[in-house]
Ligand binder design. Structure first.
Ligand SMILES: Cc1cc2nc3c(=O)[nH]c(=O)nc-3n(C[C@H](O)[C@H](O)[C@H](O)COP(=O)(O)OP(=O)(O)OC[C@H]3O[C@@H](n4cnc5c(N)ncnc54)[C@H](O)[C@@H]3O)c2cc1C
Length: 218
């Protein structure tokens, strides 16, 4: 229906993703996810990475395709046929990748961004807290400098893919006196760094990614 709005590259990507969705995602995976039998669809993400379908709008040097935002949205629309869980798994490298591409150091891009876009590392974004999610700048998780490292303390919830994540992109309050976005910083926290991931309860939708609460006392 929207074909007329697409450029040639976007149409080619749309067709590629449509084929992937139809031919490379076993229907059993969706059923098993719905029944809560899959902790994280890692193989699905790995295959997306192998085919260069993660973070397609990012520069090629990081594993993207250098396509426009609109191309990625067309791709996401095709993924939507698979439901919110697999679509979230597809979109998450893009969400976390945006911050890494814009603000990451060269070392962070090597260590996290490139393997994530290759489907080798799984990331989760941890923003929402038990106190609520829509008031983003009211986050209460704190990060305090101790010596040469930060100590984070707080809880997150509704974190899609938390069970499968190798690292977390966590927002925490670093400046108690500041307001709005100036109060917060973003941290990359690897799974082993004192993070406790718990599945608190199941959801009616977005099943099979075992979204979990995320406690962090580091
Ligand atoms: C399937 C799923 C996946 C998710 N994945 C992630 C993820 O990967 N990472 C992550 O960080 N978060 C994730 N979230 C959390 C999501 O971002 C939050 O659900 C969202 O921000 C809303 O927060 P809340 O559910 O806590 O609602 P609340 O913030 O508690 O709000 C509840 C209601 O009150 C209203 N409200 C809030 N404040 C006010 C006010 N001051 N005045 C009037 N009305 C108000 C809101 O509009 C809303 O209708 C996920 C959620 C779901 C359901």
């Amino acid at each position: 229906m929207y074909d007329v709005l697409m450029g040639g590259e976007e149409r080619a990507l749309r067709d590629e993703v449509r084929r992937f969705v139809k031919e490379e995602v076993p229907p059993e995976l969706i059923k098993e996810m719905d029944m809560g039998q899959v902790e994280y669809p890692r193989e699905f993400v790995k295959r997306l990475g192998e085919q260069g379908l993660l973070g397609v709008r990012f520069p090629k040097e990081f594993g993207g395709r250098g396509l426009p935002w609109t191309a990625e949205i067309w791709a996401l629309e095709e993924m939507g046929v698979l439901g919110t869980s697999l679509s979230c798994a597809f979109a998450m490298p893009s969400i976390v990748g945006e911050a890494l591409v814009r603000f990451g150091t060269p070392q962070q891009k090597e260590r996290y961004l490139k393997p994530m876009l290759a489907g080798e590392l799984v990331a989760a974004e941890a923003l929402t807290e038990p106190r609520g999610g829509s008031d983003f700048f009211g986050a209460t998780t704190t990060a305090r400098m101790e010596g040469n490292h930060y100590l984070l303390n707080g809880q997150k919830r509704f974190i899609v893919g938390a069970q499968g994540a190798d690292f977390f992109f966590v927002y925490a309050r670093t400046n108690p006196d500041a307001s709005g976005q100036r109060a917060l910083s973003a941290f990359i926290i690897e799974r082993g760094m004192g993070v406790e991931v718990k599945k608190v309860y199941g959801l009616m939708g977005t099943r099979g990614e075992e979204q979990g609460g995320l406690s962090s006392i580091m």
